[in-house]
Design a protein around this ligand. Structure first.
Ligand SMILES: Cc1cc2nc3c(=O)[nH]c(=O)nc-3n(C[C@H](O)[C@H](O)[C@H](O)COP(=O)(O)OP(=O)(O)OC[C@H]3O[C@@H](n4cnc5c(N)ncnc54)[C@H](O)[C@@H]3O)c2cc1C
Length: 250
């Protein structure tokens, strides 16, 4: 099937894009790696598409002593290749390298991935564990509350994600990420990311049908987190949520 007919409205800058997207029946497009298939399946039929990747303000990356801020249009490939600042140990590059395959990584963006809000997306689970903040044209929202359900976010019509701010964990942090899929380049059937610092543990369990299940503070111990990550042993091929709740009672 092919996409239903639509028109392109190419914005000059980010405020122009916000204006163009404010009306009904309009859709932003970043890398098009999720929106493209949805258009072709006619799961969405906007009258206007507003491409974002030509907007300079959505590119680039900044690094300060306590955070990395990535433009929303940063591609998975730029992260995978180490062309952007990274956390100690190359955490972000390793995640990006496991997303799909090169052609998808060349076009797919970190902002598009979060906005699409696929429960099994790598960035959603990873950046939830890392306590990232989504910076939009009007506000700063912790990622933890940004995704409200499968393929649903807090974004309102005309609101654009500008960048993602990722706090740098204190030196000496521990990080684990497990993603299970049946072949390389697939979305995860099960996934979990765990950040352990002197401030505590953040364990995000993804691919659960909505936003990641985030366990912090008293709800998770290092042993508990290891147990959850243990469930993702490739031999098991699949994670059972019932089993997770037995290991980590709320
Ligand atoms: C074959 C294949 C395999 C894949 N495998 C994986 C995988 O293993 N792991 C994984 O995580 N992902 C995977 N993906 C998805 C891929 O990572 C996409 O790039 C990503 O989900 C969407 O990013 P995009 O830039 O292409 O966004 P688009 O497809 O352009 O847009 C997605 C949605 O976000 C909105 N949007 C985009 N940017 C913004 C913005 N800045 N502000 C507001 N709204 C915006 C659009 O309106 C649209 O609703 C795969 C995709 C394909 C085609």
């Amino acid at each position: 099937m092919k996409a239903a007919a639509f028109d392109l409205a190419v914005p000059e800058d980010i405020s122009d894009a916000a204006t163009l997207l404010a009306g009904e029946d309009r859709r932003a497009m970043a890398g098009g790696q999720s929106l493209g298939p949805m258009l072709n399946l006619r799961a969405t039929r906007p009258a206007w598409i507003v491409p974002l990747t030509g907007i300079a303000a959505l590119h680039g990356a900044e690094q300060t002593s306590d955070a990395i801020t990535l433009g929303a249009a940063t591609t998975h490939a730029a992260l995978a290749d180490g062309r952007t600042p990274d956390l100690e140990g190359g955490v972000l590059a390793r995640i990006a390298q496991g997303i799909a395959y090169r052609a998808v990584r060349n076009r797919g963006t970190i902002g598009g991935s979060l906005c699409h809000a696929d429960p099994a997306a790598d960035w959603l689970t990873t950046l939830t564990a890392l306590d990232a903040v989504v910076l939009t044209t009007t506000r700063a929202v912790p990622l933890e509350g940004f995704v409200t359900g499968a393929y649903r976010t807090l974004l309102v019509q005309g609101e654009i994600v500008r960048a993602i701010r990722i706090p740098k964990p204190a030196t000496g942090f521990h990080w684990r990420y497990h993603k299970l899929c049946r072949k390389p380049g697939e979305f995860a059937h099960a996934m979990a990311a765990c950040l352990a610092t002197t401030d505590g543990i953040r364990l995000a369990i993804g691919a659960v049908g909505g936003p990641p299940l985030l366990l912090t503070g008293d709800h998770v111990s290092l042993a508990g987190a290891e147990a959850v990550l243990g469930f993702l042993d490739p031999v098991d091929r699949c994670i059972q949520l019932e089993a997770v709740s037995r290991v980590l009672p709320a």
